[in-house]
Design a protein around this ligand. Structure first.
Ligand SMILES: *Cc1c(COP(=O)(O)O)cnc(C)c1O
Length: 497
């Protein structure tokens, strides 16, 4: 059955194929693409348990990307999940203590976004061919640190594409910044913004919807698209690792087919955990999705009070990829909570734009049965890294630690001891200063790469190649911009007439 896509904000009369939705990114009305009808999966987990990551990914992706041929989809998967990952399992599941850790940091930028951004460029260029698109695709991305680098790693030197990344000047870790400014590829552009991630993301959304700019691009044979986590070409590939994890736990003898498990997900833009929600909707036996936030706990309040309110202080934390006050993908959940009502969804999103907040109806709140939410302070985050290392000789990064800490809160509050998977989104070597500080319980004043070496002396695990390479990589990008000058920066880069 074909899966077609519609907007969260408009009646289902305008639909697009999956490849068109991948190219488009956002819907023309500013909403997000969702399947008109959810595909029927009928997963046979005993069979999936015998498959490779690539095999499981195909079983999942073929449900969502139905206008790609089998050969096209398999080519995308092969190109995305190959030896750029340093573990053949791609997304290995490890047990430490009572918890399982789904390690999503074995890709080229050592954070989970690689799982989506290694495949998106291939889904996109295949889509461009299928739709006879001659214009060059210009990827515009705002990043809180990991997306931008992972997107560039995916798109670098991919034909008929360019990628422009905006990141908050002071909102990313030293290693993240270095990864960004040393990015290779003649089609990559990196711009530091004097503002925070939300400033950058709001502006990028605006620019993607700017009709005058789009017209100007078209006249110059360019077309915008987005690599942000709202693109279905990023969202749905993430469903694969939830399904794969469940199958792996069966294979490893930890579960019987049908047993329920919980996932704790360190959450920012709500893309990762939303993929888990789709995995559940497709029939993966998931009991709860635990939405774990850092001090920017707008989602914790949302789930616990039904009010989404971004009017609050913004905190820079040691888990910067979760320093977000507007979680774009939440709109899709809201859409489902309304019973797929685009008018009501558009109304709530309009409230968010005009007042910075919206309130769910009691009926909508009753629909939130699949989630549990909590947050960890900086102190709790540090304590969790310290604790897991001391108890299990396993090192987790500050994002993973948020999920791990909130998982304990969940188990303490509910006494639910179903097997629990902590979604582990970054390598500790990506945030060496924060991890070193937590493990040694003392202040760290050294720079990022020195911290990497000091951390390595303690934890002994191999330093990923991508970190080693930073030691000698030349700086290639030094542009900066004010948020209100971003359009001008794009016009300049693309030499628009
Ligand atoms: C992006 C990111 C997250 C948050 O994921 P969302 O899909 O934005 O909720 C968590 N951890 C790390 C390391 C990330 O890069």
């Amino acid at each position: 059955m074909e899966t077609l896509y519609r907007s969260t904000r408009e009646t289902a009369s305008h639909t697009m194929t999956s490849s068109q939705a991948v190219l488009q990114g956002l819907t023309p009305d500013g909403g997000l693409f969702v399947p008109v009808d959810l595909p029927q999966a009928n997963f046979d987990f005993d069979k999936l348990a015998t498959m490779s990551y690539q095999g499981v990914a195909y079983e999942v992706l073929k449900l969502f990307f139905t206008d790609y041929t089998e050969a096209e989809l398999k080519a995308c998967i092969t190109a995305a999940y190959g030896n750029q990952f340093d573990d053949v399992a791609i997304a290995p599941v490890a047990k430490h203590g009572q918890a399982y850790y789904l390690e999503l940091f074995h890709g080229p930028t050592i954070a989970f976004k690689d799982l989506a951004l290694q495949i998106l460029p291939h889904l996109m260029t295949t889509a461009a061919k299928k739709n006879h698109l001659d214009a060059e695709v210009v990827i515009l991305t705002a990043t809180s640190g990991d997306t931008g680098k992972a997107a560039m790693a995916g798109f670098a030197d991919v034909d008929q594409t360019r990628i422009i990344v905006f990141y908050p000047q002071d909102g990313v870790s030293a290693i993240q910044k270095q990864q960004m400014v040393t990015q290779v590829g003649d089609n990559t552009y990196v711009i530091a913004i004097n503002g925070n991630f939300d400033d950058a993301q709001t502006k990028v959304k605006e620019l993607l919807n700017d009709q005058d700019l789009r017209t100007q691009l078209a006249a110059n044979e360019f077309q915008f698209s987005s690599a942000n986590s709202i693109n279905i070409g990023r969202l749905f590939p993430q469903v694969a690792y939830y399904v794969y994890t469940y199958a792996q736990l069966i294979k490893q003898g930890h579960l019987k087919n049908g047993d329920e498990i919980n996932f704790s997900v360190p959450t920012g833009n709500f893309g990762d955990i939303l993929a888990g929600y789709y995995a559940k909707k497709l029939g993966t036996p998931i009991h709860k999705l635990i939405c774990a936030s850092n001090r920017n706990n707008v989602l914790t309040d949302f789930f616990n009070t039904g009010v989404y309110n971004k009017n609050r202080e913004f905190h820079l934390t040691s888990s910067p990829s979760m320093d977000i006050l507007v979680s774009s993908n939440l709109e899709r959940l809201v859409f489902y909570l309304t019973g797929e009502d685009p008018v009501q969804t558009a109304g709530l999103m309009n409230d968010l734009t005009t007042t910075g907040q919206y309130t769910l109806t009691p009926a909508m709140r009753q629909q939130i049965v699949d989630f549990w939410a909590g947050f960890a302070t900086e102190g709790q985050d540090q304590a969790e890294i310290h604790h897991v290392f001391n108890e299990h000789h396993y090192t987790i990064d500050p994002h993973t630690a948020v999920a791990s800490a909130v998982a304990h809160q969940y188990q303490d509050a509910t006494k639910d001891m179903r097997p629990l998977v902590v979604v582990s989104t970054a390598s500790p070597y990506k945030f060496p200063r924060a991890v070193l500080k937590a493990i040694t319980a003392s202040d760290v004043t050294v720079d990022g790469l020195t911290a990497v070496d000091q951390l390595h002396d303690i934890i002994k695990t191999t330093i990923p190649a991508t970190v080693e390479n930073l030691r000698t990589a030349p700086v290639r990008h030094d542009r900066t911009s004010e948020p209100d000058q971003m359009a001008a920066a794009i016009q300049d880069i693309l030499n628009l007439k």
